[in-house]
Write a protein that binds this ligand. Structure first.
Ligand code: ST9
Ligand code: ZN
Ligand code: ZN
Length: 341
């Protein structure tokens, strides 16, 4: 165990502000300038994506209407279950396990998470994690794929509708990715993504309601598949948009990411974004250990109980307190000066 790490009853606590020593090139903001003098950049729209996302959102609205008026109960429950499964594929999988390596998982759990992740169709894990590592390291600069300084729309969905800023790609090339690029399971997902993803995200979720409980094809397609997929996408994107704009900043008032309860509810615990950008290696992505709007922490803790998840990394209370008092905006319930005593 490296010297800056101690074990604790609930996992591993990092005692200084370093990240996983195995991936030293990510996580830590390195003073890259907020406004780059860099190359001239001209936004280039990608019409294929604009048309597909426009269809998806119109279809999802129709799906929401059918959900309220025509779909059977099992179909509605199926859509909710798939939202949670695909959500965990992003939160517990792509985000906390792979992009941040905030805990370890055995092979069966990693297989479940790859399956759930494929159901979410947010690109394969290696691509998702690379963009996310660049996002943390170069947050709110041109090298951040969904740079929130370019406004709500860009950070929410606009970044998927145009070519990437050249800085995203050039800075992205310097990000350490060998841990994920050498993972056989992730290589398998990447290699067969264009076969697996349509089956897992679109075909199976539609076919099951029709054959198992006699749902119509229309309800199955628009409710369980297109509405569920679009809803999960938007809950994810709110972390990049809303949680980079609105909310309190009890841990670091010098960054945009904020504590946003509404986003945390919709994104299964990923709305505590000021904490997460301050302590990105914490598997809870939040300070509070009581599952407050954090279904993903409950998911990981369950698997830790049965031994499938292990080496959960956390942050010591003392370190949080010191950081709150040094850089917080004064809204922390327990440690802020205004609430002292
Ligand atoms: C989606 C992703 O929705 C959502 C991610 C959200 C992240 C949220 C994080 C928040 C925290 C976690 C919260 C979770 C909450 C979950 C709640 C759940 C309830 N570095 O990409 P290309 C290279 S996806 C280095 O074509 P363009 C690349 O390798 C939705 N290199 O760029 C390639 O090289 P080569 C479904 C990079 O042409 C070349 O550049 N998916 C990097 O600019 C070109 O790559 C879609 O809709 C990098 N970072 O196109 C697909 N990036 O040629 C959308 C790229 O050598 N994507 N490279 O292979 C696209 O269509 C395109 O990527 C594009 C840009 C049009 C957006
Ligand atoms: Zn993150
Ligand atoms: Zn962020």
């Amino acid at each position: 165990m490296p010297p800056n790490v101690t074990s604790a009853p609930n996992g591993i606590q990092y005692e200084d502000e370093t990240m996983d020593p195995l991936i030293p090139s990510i996580e830590k903001y390195d003073g890259y300038p907020k406004q780059l003098p860099g190359k001239e950049y001209k936004r280039e729209l990608v019409w294929r994506n604009i048309i597909l996302f426009a269809y998806l959102h119109l279809a999802a609205l129709y799906g929401a209407y059918l959900m309220l008026t025509a779909a059977s109960w099992p179909t509605v429950i199926w859509a909710i279950v798939l939202y949670h499964f695909s959500g965990w594929g992003i939160t517990a999988g792509a985000h906390r396990l792979w992009a941040h390596r905030s805990y370890k998982a055995n092979l069966p759990l990693r297989m479940i998470l790859v399956l759930f992740n494929t159901l979410a169709f947010e690109n394969h894990v290696i691509e998702w994690a690379r963009d996310h590592r660049v996002h943390h390291k170069f947050s709110e600069t041109n090298a951040d794929p969904h740079n929130a300084n370019r406004g709500f729309f860009f950070s929410h969905i606009g970044w998927l509708l145009c070519r990437k800023h050249p800085d995203v790609i050039s800075k992205g090339k310097g990000i350490e990715m060998s841990d994920l690029e050498n993972d056989p399971l992730l290589k398998f997902q990447r290699k067969y993504y264009l076969i697996l993803m349509p089956i897992v995200c679109f075909v199976v979720p539609t076919v099951i309601p029709v054959y198992l409980w006699g749902e119509t094809w229309t309800n199955a397609w628009f409710v369980a598949t297109l509405f569920r997929y679009t809803f999960t996408l938007n809950m994810t994107w709110l972390v990049n948009s809303a949680a980079h704009m609105w909310g309190q900043r009890p841990y670091d008032k010098f960054i945009n990411p904020s504590e946003n309860l509404s986003v945390a509810v919709g994104a299964l615990g990923e709305g505590w974004h000021n904490y997460h950008h301050t302590f990105p290696w914490d598997y809870k992505t939040a300070e509070l250990g009581n599952y407050r709007a954090n279904f993903t922490t409950a998911f990981i803790d369950f698997f830790a109980k049965i031994g499938w998840a292990y080496e959960l990394k956390t942050v010591s209370e003392e370190m949080v307190r010191r950081r709150v008092q040094r850089t917080g905006d004064g809204t922390h319930e327990k440690y802020s000066h205004s609430h002292k005593g």
